[in-house]
Design a protein around this ligand. Structure first.
Ligand SMILES: [Zn+2]
Length: 294
């Protein structure tokens, strides 16, 4: 049997902390799974790590308070701070190659060797795209969980439906589900809090300046214009600011007498729900590839 040549080894997060811990026994390797997708090999390790309470330094490094995050397809995300996070650098190139490869496949003769070759190529590009996306999501969620006290994202569906229908809604939906999943465990690791806005909260249609609601916001409108207070803002940024405001309002009310699950609704405000298991800073998680950043 011909063994696969090992090319590049790529990991999502810096590995030093983990390898140090494995070396001196503060982490235990439980198992490894080898898989293969479209001619590439993957190894994933299950590791048991004692996760310390996120300590002072992580807190101090955290410059951001509450951040609203609008997840998109065209851009990976827009923050309420005004920052736009682009899709991974090489993604556009892969999508272009995919189109070329698909055309070549369509032109090839059914059953021919050429068609099989093109099919394999398409599968390879698809695998690559999936990994580039995932890599981008991991970088995004790690950064958010490490640098902000509270991260607010939208629930599934709504954003996907309101936005770009043409660009596979499935893509944005699965992307958002993945972002939520990653944020849920990473905020627990790093001692920040994840809040998911109510799924019917119209973050795109509400004016972040005065709260006026646009009854119909055409999909093509990239800008939000408010006839009530005159605000003109990028549509995604407006949505992100709304997400941040949503929680800023409800947490400032509850900060003083905070029972873990108690939340007071700001008047007329849609409730934001706290993800179970992500709410506390003094929680001890069970497994982290990095451990605490201290
Ligand atoms: Zn307004």
């Amino acid at each position: 049997m011909k063994l696969p040549r090992i090319g590049r080894v790529k990991v999502h997060d810096p590995m030093d902390t983990l390898t140090d811990r494995l070396a001196d026994g503060r982490a235990r390797l439980l198992g490894a799974t080898v898989s293969r997708t479209a001619c590439r090999w993957f190894v994933s390790f299950t590791v048991e790590v004692e996760l310390a309470v996120p300590a002072g330094p992580t807190r101090r490094q955290r410059t951001g308070g509450t951040v609203g995050v609008d997840l998109g397809v065209k851009h990976l995300a827009v923050f309420s701070t005004g920052e736009t996070v682009e899709n991974p650098k090489h993604l556009a190139g892969s999508l272009r190659r995919l189109r070329t490869a698909s055309r070549a496949y369509a032109r090839s003769k059914p059953g021919s060797a050429g068609r099989r070759k093109h099919a394999a190529r398409i599968a390879r590009i698809h695998g690559r795209i999936a990994h580039q996306r995932r890599d981008g999501l991991h970088k995004l969620t790690t950064r958010l969980a490490q640098s902000h006290e509270v991260v607010v994202v939208e629930d599934l569906h709504v954003a996907g439906m309101v936005r770009n229908r043409r660009l596979a809604r499935a893509v944005s939906d699965t992307g958002m589900a993945e972002v939520r999943r990653q944020l849920a465990y990473k905020t627990a690791w790093y001692g920040s809090t994840l809040i998911i806005a109510d799924r019917w909260y119209p973050s795109s249609k509400t004016c972040s300046g005065c709260g006026w609601r646009n009854p119909s916001l055409p999909l093509s409108d990239r800008m939000f214009t408010c006839p009530s207070c005159g605000l003109v803002a990028d549509r995604d940024l407006n949505a992100a600011v709304n997400l941040r405001n949503l929680v800023a309002a409800s947490t400032s009310e509850t900060r003083n007498a905070r029972g873990a699950d108690r939340k007071t609704r700001a008047s007329g405000q849609v409730a934001a729900k706290r993800e179970p298991g992500t709410a506390t800073a003094d929680q001890t998680g069970s497994a982290s590839p990095q451990g605490e950043a201290a």
